[in-house]
Design a protein around this ligand. Structure first.
Ligand code: UDP
Length: 239
């Protein structure tokens, strides 16, 4: 057992984490930066699962506006986009020597495994990073909800939510210089104050499963490994 605060974590990265700010698509440098952070955590002996979003490629609610594409189809397209991102993260991690498996909530047998909970846990026990694509497999939901669901299913000890800033702030730090980082919040405070950390359904699932959420900035080197070692980085959300 590694001598770290958490032995098994689930990392949620938005699709925007795979591209340059505002650019969309998939950027090799960003992928490399992300995979390097994950590798540091794997090297500590911590079991890592990853849920990737797809917003850098397709958002169901956006692509279907003023379009012949039905909203439901748009959501399926968004879920497929998350599988594309999962494959990109997989190859980048493997190029750094980190063994991986991709599991998808949508059946795509020729490119990845289906989601099988017990198999995912077994992969992690063998030191493989399991990347979950396809969100929850259901339209009208988000990969944040998918991340909370998978975290509960694999009994992750923490859900690490990567964002553009290093935690939850009292205001938007990009526009308000007086904005202050909040070190700790309860699940109820996040829901009651409508803090846009994750969907309410994701927060609710974490609360019911007693999974702390740690909001952190993954673009800052070493942050993720510092968090799993118990350093007070970002914002901790628990009961
Ligand atoms: N999506 C969905 N069901 C899910 C997860 C995702 O329908 O369980 C669709 C939805 O259209 C969403 C898109 O996939 O807009 C991309 O996911 P998300 O917006 O969560 O990605 P992120 O914002 O994390 O990049």
């Amino acid at each position: 057992m590694p001598d770290t605060r958490f032995q098994r974590v689930l990392l949620k990265i938005s699709g925007e984490g795979l591209c340059k700010p505002g650019a969309g698509g998939i950027d090799g440098e960003e992928l490399h930066r992300l995979a390097t952070e994950i590798k540091l955590v794997v090297e500590l002996g911590v079991q890592v699962a990853v849920v990737v979003g797809g917003g850098n490629l397709v958002r169901g609610s956006v692509i279907s506006v003023d379009s012949p594409i039905e909203e439901t189809t748009g959501h399926y397209m968004g879920m497929l986009a998350t599988v594309i991102n999962a494959l990109a993260v997989q190859d980048t991690l493997e190029s750094l020597g980190v063994p991986t498996r991709v599991q998808s909530a949508l059946a795509i047998a020729s490119v990845c495994e289906p989601f099988i909970r017990r198999r995912a846990i077994r992969h992690m026990e063998k030191g493989r990073v399991v990347i979950f694509g396809g969100g929850t497999g259901n339209p009208f939901l988000t990969t944040d909800t998918g991340a909370a669901l998978r975290a509960a299913e694999i009994r992750a000890e923490a859900l690490l939510k990567a964002t553009k800033v290093d935690g939850v702030y009292t205001a938007d730090p990009a526009t308000d210089p007086s904005a202050k980082r909040i070190e700790r919040l309860t699940y109820n405070e996040v829901i009651d104050q409508r803090l846009r950390v994750m969907d309410v359904s994701a927060i609710d699932l974490c609360q019911r499963s007693k999974i702390p959420i740690i909001v952190l900035d993954l673009k800052h080197p070493g942050n993720m490994s510092a968090v799993v070692q118990g350093k007070g980085i970002g914002t901790l959300i628990d009961s």
